[in-house]
Design a protein around this ligand. Structure first.
Ligand SMILES: Nc1ncnc2c1ncn2[C@@H]1O[C@H](COP(=O)(O)OP(=O)(O)OP(=O)(O)O)[C@@H](O)[C@H]1O
Ligand SMILES: [Mg+2]
Length: 251
């Protein structure tokens, strides 16, 4: 059975897309069959993989019930691309009584082909993110180690609880992931504060600030292809191992 993981935070720029791409790729390199789903109208994930403006995208599937357009990027590594038009899907989905369940239905058709499906959510808690949280079995919450990082985390946790009660009782938090950490006193104090406040829910692995990560995305490559020796590649490889080993490593 596949693990379906939504990568979330309504705060923007916290590393959701970078994590979806590089954690997914690390697992693909480990021989797991991986599908990435770009649920963000910004299309950053698709662009980071060198995929621009496709005729069919997640938009068509969500709005017209067509099966998911799956593009093979690399061995074991597939993508459902997004489209700028996805912004208009929000209005259509809201007007549909089954609007919150579209992605879950679509993924059911393909999930048996994959070990892992990662959903890259937009920076909002709107209907596209809720579709993702209803389709998922687990979530990863990216937390940037910067001032006010923890603000809003309880909003996500409250939403998860409410979805568990109403629509998706088995939804679990795979972990909170600290991203863009550095050696400053502020960054270290935020790491300590998040690990202290959310004990048992935070990945031991943190993702250090590493310029190779934005560089790799701008060239349409994952970090392992771009520079397998850099800290970004080491951190996402470590995360993939921790992720495969499950809960026992969390702090
Ligand atoms: N560990 C890191 N070190 C340095 N830069 C990073 C790191 N992680 C991500 N970035 C860069 O920070 C920016 C934001 O990252 P990313 O796009 O992954 O965030 P996001 O949460 O998906 O943003 P959005 O909410 O807009 O979708 C990007 O330019 C990305 O390349
Ligand atoms: Mg993003």
């Amino acid at each position: 059975m596949s693990r379906i993981i939504a990568v979330v935070n309504h705060k923007g720029g916290v590393g959701k897309t970078t994590t979806t791409l590089n954690l997914g790729k690390a697992l693909a390199l480990a021989g797991k069959k991986v599908l990435l789903v770009d649920m963000d109208p910004q299309t950053n994930l698709s662009q980071s993989l060198g995929i621009e403006e496709q005729e069919d995208s997640i938009f068509n599937s969500l709005c017209d019930q067509t099966s998911l357009p799956i593009i093979t990027i690399d061995k074991n590594f597939d993508l459902v691309p997004s489209d700028l038009e996805l912004t208009t899907a929000e209005i259509k989905l809201q007007a549909d009584v089954n609007g919150y369940f579209k992605l879950r239905k679509l993924l059911k058709e393909v999930s048996s082909k994959y070990d892992f499906i990662f959903i890259d959510c937009p920076p909002s808690l709107g209907i596209l993110t809720i579709n993702s949280l209803i389709a998922a079995k687990e979530i990863i919450i990216c937390v940037q180690s910067q001032f006010l990082a923890v603000k809003g985390l309880n909003t996500i946790l409250d939403l998860v609880e409410s979805l568990k009660e109403n629509h998706n009782p088995n939804l679990e938090i795979a972990g909170m992931l600290l991203t863009q950490t550095n050696n400053t006193v502020l960054s270290k104090s935020i790491i300590d504060s998040v690990k202290g406040t959310y004990k048992g829910k935070v990945f031991k692995t943190v993702i250090r600030q590493n310029i190779a990560l934005p560089e790799s995305s701008s060239t349409g490559q994952d970090i392992f292809t771009y520079d397998p020796e850099c800290n970004g590649a080491k951190d996402y490889l470590a995360l993939s191992k921790e992720f495969l080993n499950g809960k026992e490593e969390k702090v």
